[in-house]
Design a protein around this ligand. Sequence first.
Ligand code: NAG
Ligand code: NAG
Length: 139
Amino acid sequence: MIPYFLFIFSLVALPLQGLEMFEPEEVEYIRSNFTVAVGGSVTLHCGSPPPHIFIWGFTKPGTNNNAAVAYNYGHGPKVLSTSSDLGQLSVPEDTSSLRIEGVQADAQGMFTCQALYDEEQGVRATFYFTNLSVGDEST
Ligand SMILES: *[C@@H]1O[C@H](CO)[C@@H](O)[C@H](O)[C@H]1NC(C)=O
Ligand SMILES: *[C@@H]1O[C@H](CO)[C@@H](O)[C@H](O)[C@H]1NC(C)=O
């Protein structure tokens, strides 16, 4: 397990461009756009079946800083700040999804999820880039 931890930590510490260090054939990228109203709820997905290891991060528009918001290194999900200026965050049981309730305007931005599957052939990675737009309540 130790090499995985080092691998993951180096990913978390890097800005988004750092992800380019992987060979394209090792990583699958899944991009999507999502719109939610302020105060609403949204569930962002990151792999099914759930990956062995996942890390959710958030990047505000116009910045390169990818802040970790939730992760599971194989010992159960951890949400770094359940109540933040993004809304109330949780990871529903037995999933790798990020649930946001009471979505705040500051949740507008790019949610990233790095999903790692530990398979016989090696580690397979899928990176999700979910662009969340937060509208006002009337939209
Ligand atoms: C997301 O929205 C952007 C801007 O409107 C668009 O360029 C892009 O193709 C969209 N991506 C997907 C996966 O729909
Ligand atoms: C994210 O969505 C917004 C609103 O739809 C759009 O203006 C922006 O271009 C999108 N960004 C990306 C990286 O797709």
